[in-house]
Write a protein that binds this ligand. Structure first.
Ligand code: NAD
Length: 409
């Protein structure tokens, strides 16, 4: 999918074939085996990946996900999108991603710590503040980042907080990092509504995914008085045409409950396919990739799709949505708030000087809104979708960097 998206944009912008070839390959992948002595005394082997797609514009940057079905190809695509995202925001960073094939809900805390520390040791040589800086992604969190930071530091013989972002604040994390992706989504949505003359408060919103990204954007919109009419997690979703009480659903989630078990006679239980097809104004897919595809794109009824997840819309679906007149705000723009505040965290760690929340949110807002305006203006000027416009801006910067550096040797 990532390769096809680059193909489509390359054609649109007349990209040099050499540059296209360069961007459609990853720089390096490391595949590691992770042996873990489980609590029951049995040895289990897990597989992990760390991929650098590009370090042309700076050290690699990208999350680590823990999921039973993670594949190397998936991690390569996610690393590619990180390169495009960092370039779009004009951050001096490249693109990377990691994954471990494991269902973390099956692990005890000790097993989770062991797997994290062993995975970190295995990828030690290709991460570091000047090389590649991991961060949280699906099923990883600040505690896991703390173990990564500690393992790396112990191996180097000194504390190196800048090796990873999304850490707890007490050990060099940044205020505002946990909510950053959701905040970024909000700033972009707000700017888009202004340009489209839509009153955000009166829009009806559906969110797929109730984790870091989905939960935060739902909370922000709910607190601003916007109606969230449906939301889902892995167990399915809840729908109420008059809006859901997101505050109590978040409490339910934080107490480790699934949405399907939430008891409220006014809410209708729906499955994850149905969630995407509910008529609404704004649909926010914030769970996983490949959710909106050829088979369901035609059933989607909304004005705006704001991509909280990475790669939630396939290129075939993109075409269908475009023909239906739905505005799709692409992932590399919409959800870039996370990497943006990760970049702020990295700078703060290197300088050992920490910013206040106001400064984080103001700088985040400036970057997100300015990038949105750049993309929107190009899309209007050249009659392009926002995805193509965003890719053109991002790839042009990468093209320039490749030309300036030249191809070694
Ligand atoms: P998370 O683990 O915190 O939450 C994922 C949510 O999706 C959970 O509610 C889970 O129950 C739900 N889910 C999982 N499988 C599902 C399915 N098949 N159908 C419906 N819901 C399902 O993860 P997150 O950090 O919120 O990441 C979500 C997406 O956003 C991913 O694509 C990730 O790459 C992307 N993203 C995350 C960040 C970040 O800062 N966390 C930044 C940019 C992009």
């Amino acid at each position: 999918m990532a390769k096809r998206q680059i193909d489509i944009v390359a054609k649109e912008m007349g990209l040099d074939d050499n540059i296209k070839k360069y961007l459609q390959r990853v720089e390096r992948c490391l595949i590691v085996s992770i042996p873990i002595l489980m609590d029951n005394g049995k040895l289990e082997m897990f597989e992990g990946y760390r991929v650098h797609h590009s370090t042309i514009r700076g050290p690699g940057k990208g999350g680590i996900r823990y999921a039973p079905n993670v594949t190397l190809d998936e991690v390569k695509a996610l690393a590619t999108w990180m390169t495009l995202k960092c370039s779009l925001l004009n951050l001096p960073l490249g693109g990377a991603k990691g994954g471990v094939c494991v269902d973390p809900t099956r692990l005890s805390r000790t097993e989770l710590e062991k797997i994290t520390r062993r995975f970190t040791s295995e990828i030690l040589n290709i991460i570091g503040p000047d090389i590649d800086i991991p961060a949280p992604d699906v099923n990883t969190n600040p505690q896991i980042m703390a173990w990564i930071m500690d393992t790396y530091s112990m191996n180097k013989g000194r504390s190196i907080p800048g090796v990873v972002t999304g850490k707890p604040i007490e050990i060099g994390g940044s205020v505002g990092r946990e909510s950053a992706t959701g905040m970024g989504l909000y700033y972009v949505l707000d700017a888009l509504c202004s340009r489209e003359n839509l009153d955000l408060k009166s829009q009806k919103v559906v969110v797929q995914g109730f984790g870091n990204v989905g939960g935060t954007i739902a909370k922000i919109l709910f607190e601003k008085g916007v109606k969230i009419i449906a939301i889902s997690d892995i167990s399915g979703g809840l729908y109420n045409k008059d809006g859901l009480d997101i505050k109590s659903l978040l409490e339910w989630r934080d107490n480790k409950h699934l949405l399907k078990d939430y008891d409220n006679d006014n809410y209708v239980y729906i499955n994850n396919d149905e969630v995407l097809e509910i008529k609404c104004d704004i649909l926010i897919p914030a769970a996983l990739e490949n959710q909106i595809h050829k088979a369901n794109a035609d059933n989607i009824e909304c004005k705006i799709i704001l991509e909280g997840a990475n790669g939630p819309t396939t290129p075939e679906a993109d075409e269908i949505l475009q023909n239906k007149g739905i505005i799709v705000v692409p992932d590399i723009l919409a959800n870039a708030g996370g990497v943006c505040v990760s970049y702020f965290e990295y700078i703060q760690d290197i300088h050992s000087y920490f910013w206040k929340l106001d400064r984080i949110n103001q700088e985040l807002k400036n970057i997100m809104v300015n990038t949105f305006e750049e993309v929107y203006n190009l899309a209007i000027e050249k009659n392009l979708t926002l995805r193509i416009a965003a890719y053109i801006i991002s790839i042009s910067r990468l093209e320039k960097a490749i030309e300036l550096r030249g191809i070694f040797p």
